[in-house]
Design a protein around this ligand. Structure first.
Ligand code: ADP
Ligand code: MG
Length: 393
């Protein structure tokens, strides 16, 4: 069953009736620009055709009830007027997954003048074909679907950028995952065969045509199935290193530095902090170069930038894992135009830019290499840059 039908079926199971409406938002893949978002720099993600669907009905009792196909027997319910007391202090009382939908409702209510006593209650059934924890941002997809639905149902009139921001507030404060705003912006603003060039300081976003279809290129994802955990460990550590670097170099964020600052950074910083900073500075430059290259020379010319991005994450930022390195190296050896890990790191997925005719060759080579290395079988599939969040019906 497709995810949209699954959401409707689940809604019927929950409520015994048909939903009032359906909203959806996509996962995303970051073409280039990793760990630059919280450094107020540049990213270039695109929305993918895999989406999370929210079938939504209206209740007259001011309560919110959510259920997900991931755990269909365990709906979670709360009074909308209780949300300010639950987030963030008592969030442990709510099942982890439900902190995303309830957190969005909370973020929208607290960031607007909407009255939690006056807005209508909602029943929400969720189903998705975005794999969870694979680096494709199932979290932004769930946030985007619900933010879009509540914005319409509650008549908040928020624009897409504001909805993306609310999703990020929910993820940071209600869920407690210290992530940047890139995922939500891609999920809200995506367009077909295009990426979103985002300045994470000003939140200025522009659509950059990818032109993959015309160039006969595909984007192949290798989901290594190595799980990452955003709220713990390496991610927070990298973020802290960036903050430390910016502070020691006397700038508000690493975004304020360029390649010309690297010699000074090397003098002032310890080796590890220096390499973390160097990744961010060079990655910001690569994102801008990628946008220029796409506009002037087309997608086939960005391969070396993707490769350089991977090397920087592997060697300077140290967020790759052997499975990601093998996926990238094998894809390239099998003829990919360029390849890199994508997402926060420590697992998740790699991305390869591949000629349409070579997709089976590259896929088979990666699968064979994983088998030979004794790694779990990866999921290899293509993604199409697609439309952002919208109402489906
Ligand atoms: P990613 O965004 O890379 O997939 P995250 O750790 O950021 O990984 O977000 C995954 C979490 O988001 C899941 O563990 C779950 O709590 C929540 N989530 C995402 N999609 C759904 C869904 N369809 N139903 C319920 N929870 C979901
Ligand atoms: Mg996420």
């Amino acid at each position: 069953m497709t995810a949209d039908r699954e959401a409707v079926a689940l809604f019927r199971e929950l409520t015994g009736s048909a939903p009032f409406g359906m909203w959806s938002a996509p996962g995303r893949v970051n073409l280039i620009g990793e760990h630059t978002d919280y450094n107020e720099g540049f990213v270039l993600p695109f929305a993918i055709e895999r989406r999370t669907y929210a079938a939504v009905g209206i209740r007259d009792d001011g309560r919110i009830r959510v259920v997900s196909s991931l755990d269909p027997r365990a709906p979670v319910e709360a009074a909308l007027s209780d949300l300010p007391a639950l987030f963030p202090d008592r969030r442990d009382e709510i099942a982890e997954w439900a902190r995303y939908p309830l957190g969005i409702a909370w973020a929208l209510l607290t960031s607007t003048s909407a009255d939690a006593q006056a807005v209508s209650g909602v029943d929400i059934a969720l189903a998705s074909d975005v794999p969870v924890g694979a680096g494709l941002s199932s979290s932004a997809a769930i946030e985007g679907a619900i933010a879009s639905a509540l914005n319409d149902i509650w008549g908040l009139g928020l624009r897409r950028v504001a909805l993306a921001h609310a999703g990020n507030v929910a993820e940071n404060t209600a869920v407690g995952a210290p992530t940047g705003v890139m995922d939500q912006m891609a999920s809200m603003l995506g367009e077909r065969d295009a990426a979103i060039f985002l300045d994470c300081r000003s939140l200025d976003a522009s659509v950059v045509e990818l032109g993959l279809a015309r160039a006969g290129l595909e984007l192949v994802i290798v989901d290594t199935r190595v799980q990452h955990a955003h709220s713990t460990g390496g991610y927070g550590d990298r973020r802290a290193a960036c903050e430390r670097g910016a502070q020691l170099l006397g700038v508000p964020a690493l975004r304020d530095l360029t390649i010309a600052d690297l010699p000074r950074a090397q003098l002032l910083l310890d080796d590890v902090t220096y390499r973390r900073v160097r990744h961010v500075i060079t990655e910001d430059a690569r994102v801008q170069e990628t946008v220029r290259t796409l506009q002037e020379r087309g997608p086939r010319a960005i391969g070396p930038l993707l490769d350089a991005s991977h090397a920087s994450m592997r060697d300077d930022f140290e967020i790759s894992v052997p499975e990601l390195d093998l996926a990238v190296d094998t894809a390239r050896a099998a003829g990919a135009v360029g390849a890199r890990m994508t997402g926060g790191g420590f697992g998740g997925s790699a991305l390869a830019l591949v000629d349409h005719a070579l997709v089976p060759t590259v896929s088979a080579a990666v699968e064979a290499a994983f088998l030979a290395a004794g790694f779990a079988t990866p999921h290899v599939f293509t993604v199409r840059p697609s439309e952002g969040a919208h109402r489906d019906g």
